[in-house]
Design a binder for this molecule. Structure first.
Ligand SMILES: *Cc1c(COP(=O)(O)O)cnc(C)c1O
Length: 400
C-alpha cells in the first residue's frame, strides 16, 4: 500500500510558517556569565533582558556554595526526592525558604514551571472550579488545563469581573466543592501587580483558595525581597499557596510552593512532577540556600535594583516614552505594532544593547513593546547610555 503520510514533514512546514510570519524564536547564545556586560553571539552587549535581577547568579557566596556542595556531595542527587535523592540539602532549602517567607512550610521543586504544572491539577477535579486571570503565566494555564475541574477566566486584574465570576459560581448546581483563584503576582509582560488584597477578600467571602505565582516578585517586592505576600502584608490564611522560582531574582534554578504544613504534605504526595522527576543536584540546592543567605544579610541588592529601575523609568518618561503599567524592575516600552518593536530591538542591538521585543501572540497585536529588565549591577553610566540609545531609536521609529 502506498503511504502518503509522512511522520515529521508537518513539523518543518509548521516551522516554516512561523518563520514566514516572523513568529519563530531566534535563539541567541550567551558566551559569558549573565552580567550587565556580556558576550552574546560573539558581540559585547549590555544585558537588559535577564531575570537575574539581583545578580546573584554570579554572587561569590552563591558560586562558592555550588562548588563546595558539588565537591562534597557530587554532581547529581542520584534519584528523585521521593525515592533516595532527598538530600538533607533539599530539606534544608525547604526550611530556609519557609523561614525567609515567614511561612509554616515550603516544598522546593526542580523548576517553577514544574511546581505549577504538578500541583495545580491535583488541587481540584470534577465538581470543582478554577478561576484564573486571563494573563496568567503559561505554566498556570497548563496546570489548569490538566485538571478535570471547571474553568472560568476573569479579565486582567479586574475585580468587578472576578466578582461576577464568583457570584455566578455560587449558583452552580450542585455547589462546587473546592474553588481556587489563580493569579500571577507580578505579570511578566507589563511588570504590573495583581490586586492581591482584593482577590483575597473576595476569595474569603466565597470560601475559595488563593494561589499566587510570584516568580517575578520574589527578591524584588516586600521586606528584603520576601515577595508579594509580604509586600501586601497578607496572612497565610488569606493567600493559601504562594508559588515561586529560584531561576529569577535568586539567580539559580528551581521552584517552590509555600504555605501551611497541609499544603506541603499534600504536594509531595500528589504532584507528579515532584514525585516522578529527578531531584536538583546538591550544588543547585546549596546555591539556592546561599542566595537566601545573601538576601537575608545584604539588603543593598534589593535597594539598588529599585534605584536603577526608578532612574531609567524617570528617563524614559522625561523622553516621552509610554512605559505602560510597570510597577517593578520590568519596564515595558510601548511600541505599538509588532514590526516596530522588532525594528527597535534590532536598532538597539546595533548599539550594543540587548533587549527583548514582545509582540503578538505574546501580547495583543497593537501592544507590542520592548521589555526592559534592570538588575542590581547596572551602573548609572550604563543606564544613561541605554536612555540615549532609546531616544535616538525612538525618534527614528517615530515612537517619541
Ligand atoms: C518564569 C516563570 C515561571 C517558571 O519558573 P521556572 O522556575 O523558570 O520554571 C512560572 N511563572 C511565572 C509567572 C514566571 O514568570
Amino acid at each position: 500500500m502506498e503511504v502518503s503520510r509522512h511522520p515529521t514533514k508537518y513539523l518543518g512546514e509548521e516551522y516554516q510558517r512561523l518563520v514566514r510570519e516572523s513568529l519563530n524564536w531566534q535563539l541567541r547564545v550567551l558566551e559569558s556569565a549573565s552580567e550587565p556586560i556580556c558576550t552574546v553571539d560573539g558581540k559585547e552587549v549590555l544585558m537588559l533582558c535577564a531575570n537575574n535581577y539581583l545578580n546573584l547568579a554570579t554572587h561569590p557566596k552563591v558560586v562558592e556554595a555550588t562548588i563546595d556542595a558539588t565537591r562534597k556531595y557530587g554532581a547529581g542527587a542520584g534519584s528523585d526526592r521521593s525515592i533516595s535523592g532527598n538530600m538533607f540539602l533539599h530539606e534544608e532549602l525547604d526550611r530556609r525558604l519557609a523561614k525567609f517567607k515567614n511561612a509554616p512550610a515550603s516544598l522546593t521543586f526542580q523548576t517553577g514551571f514544574m511546581a505549577n504544572e504538578g500541583l495545580i491539577p491535583q488541587l481540584a477535579g470534577r465538581g470543582d472550579l478554577f478561576v484564573s486571570d486571563e494573563l496568567n503565566h503559561g505554566s498556570i494555564i497548563d496546570g489548569v488545563r490538566l485538571s478535570r475541574a471547571d474553568r472560568a477566566i476573569f479579565k486582567h486584574k479586574n475585580i468587578e469581573d472576578l466578582t461576577r465570576v464568583m457570584e455566578e459560581a455560587e449558583k452552580h448546581d450542585p455547589p462546587y466543592k473546592h474553588v481556587w483563584i489563580f493569579t500571577d503576582g507580578v505579570f511578566s509582560m507589563d511588570g504590573d501587580l495583581a490586586p492581591l488584597p482584593e482577590i483575597a477578600k473576595i476569595a474569603k467571602e466565597h470560601g475559595a483558595g488563593v494561589y499566587v505565582d510570584d516568580a517575578h516578585g520574589e527578591g524584588v517586592l516586600g521586606e528584603g525581597g520576601r515577595g508579594i505576600v509580604d509586600h501586601f502584608k497578607l496572612g497565610r490564611d488569606e493567600v493559601h499557596a504562594e508559588m515561586g522560582t529560584f531561576s529569577k531574582a535568586f539567580g539559580v534554578v528551581g521552584g517552590h510552593i509555600t504555605g501551611n504544613e497541609d499544603l506541603r504534605n499534600f504536594t509531595y504526595n500528589k504532584a507528579r512532577s515532584w514525585l516522578l522527576s529527578g531531584a536538583v543536584p546538591p550544588g543547585v540546592a546549596a546555591a539556592c540556600i546561599a542566595a537566601i543567605d545573601v538576601l537575608e544579610t545584604e539588603p543593598q541588592h534589593v535597594r539598588r535594583v529599585w534605584e536603577n529601575r526608578n532612574h531609567l523609568l524617570d528617563g524614559f518618561k522625561d523622553a516621552g516614552f509610554d512605559t505602560g503599567n510597570g510597577e517593578t524592575p520590568i519596564i515595558p516600552v510601548m511600541c505599538g505594532k509588532s514590526k516596530t518593536s522588532k525594528d527597535f530591538a534590532d536598532y538597539l542591538w546595533t548599539k550594543g544593547i540587548f533587549v527583548l521585543p514582545i509582540f503578538y501572540p505574546m501580547v495583543a497585536r497593537d501592544k507590542a513593546r520592548l521589555r526592559v529588565q534592570l538588575c542590581t549591577k547596572h551602573t548609572t553610566e550604563q543606564l544613561d547610555r541605554t536612555l540615549e540609545a532609546f531616544k535616538e531609536g525612538g525618534r527614528k521609529l517615530g515612537i517619541i
